[in-house]
Design a protein around this ligand. Sequence first.
Ligand code: AIR
Length: 512
Amino acid sequence: MWLEASRIMLQLRSLQKVRCGILTVEIEHVDADTLEKLEQRGVDCEPKASTIRIIQDKYSQKVHFSRHGIPLPEFMQIDDLESANRAGELFGYPLMIKSKRLAYDGRGNAVAKSPEVLSSAVTALGGYERGLYVEKWAPFIKELAVIVARGRDGSILCYPVVETIHKDNICHIVKAPADVPWKVRKLATEVAREAVSSLEGAGVFAVELFLTEDGQILLNEVAPRPHNSGHHTIESCYTSQFEQHLRAVVGLPLGDPSMKTPAAIMYNMLGEDEGERGFQLAHQLIRRALSIPGAAVHWYDKPEMRKQRKMGHITIIGPSMGIVEARLNAMLTEESLESQTAVQPRVGIIMGSDSDLPVMKEAAKILNMFNVPYEVRIVSAHRTPDVMFKYAKSASERGVQIIIAGAGGAAHLPGMIASLTPLPVIGVPVRASVMDGLDSLLSIVQMPRGVPVATVAVNNATNAGLLAVRMLGVADVDLQARMSQYQEGTRDEVVAKAEKLEQVGWESYSNS
Ligand SMILES: Nc1cncn1[C@@H]1O[C@H](COP(=O)(O)O)[C@@H](O)[C@H]1O
């Protein structure tokens, strides 16, 4: 049974497009035979009554979640103008009016900015008969989403929290991971996990959330299926949401949901125009995407092109969010990628003054030797504190992975930089004109607990460069192999010198 299940899963995995609901495997381009086999193998191909109610009726979904104590915007059902007005008085305006059923991609939602426009907003949604409810306006600063996988045995795994950026109520861009503090990511994951734990069924669920200004996470809704906010996982995670869904439904162990690349952006290709013109515009974008590093194009091959219709998506992955954003801009603006990402340094070499350059250039020489891209800047903690602040804050976003900071005298630069960035900082005490560099050494090495600076010997920027290469080597097998080679080289040099000393004796060795 197990082998058969994995065989079916592998067969299904190779399919381009799989659409599933909870315990529903609705697969396009798959012969009835495979579906029959799934059923034979115990996969329910019909949704369960208890879960379908939650899927189809969003009001019931909200009632369900509020009963389970999941944080939600306040909501209530409206059946006529009287109850709608009552809701307006209770929640205030703007008031979010939602259709209970068939609401997706911005459809089935309307905003009433004042009591006067309540009726027209309701009419636009198809009237009270359609089944409506209202929600208190959630003053969110970001929309987040978490794909949660739940196995047949109830095991649960969460994908990284993403930020979804909407345009005209339609998902436009998904950024993975979301640029929010760690504690917000943790809270969002907890809320998503709780919401899915309260449901029945196996599969992947997309949990859409609001982040409010005061750091609260509110649940917006749960889509019980693979979702647009999880498309990036195809390229960016060890297990894509589609494979995960099949694993969950078939009853196999869930796969690793973590990201295998530091950053990803999913861009939805929406129809820009009707018909042929729309196809031409989409194909121009695809052409540009094909020249962008890390970009993967997914075209859904829908027969008809309509304005604002999702026709496909493009996922771009890369070593940092800043770099992925630059790639996206290059794709959308037709500017050359070089002008957007002229330098993609992995190491930043900074120093307090140009007088430090004769020492600090040795770090650059090492990075040259190992072909590690770097940038060199003069940033003074005392003379240009604002530049220092900006540099430290933007470094990680721009793809810098390690900062080597050198300074002399009251050498506060490495420590201050370390306090402003989560990146590792290597400090180089530069010997200034007095005290033989002891002042610089102590200023850099005596950091308070909680803010580490890896301090090398006075004036030894060579070691700072080598340490940076070793750090990068942890996740770069090529670089690590080259480091071993370098170490062998230094060893051979010493052995050769020792042999020579033995052969010629110390006197002629010192004179040579
Ligand atoms: N501590 C400090 C703050 N800003 C610059 N420095 C350091 O002061 C020393 C002397 O700098 P200058 O030669 O520009 O006077 C340099 O080592 C430089 O890193």
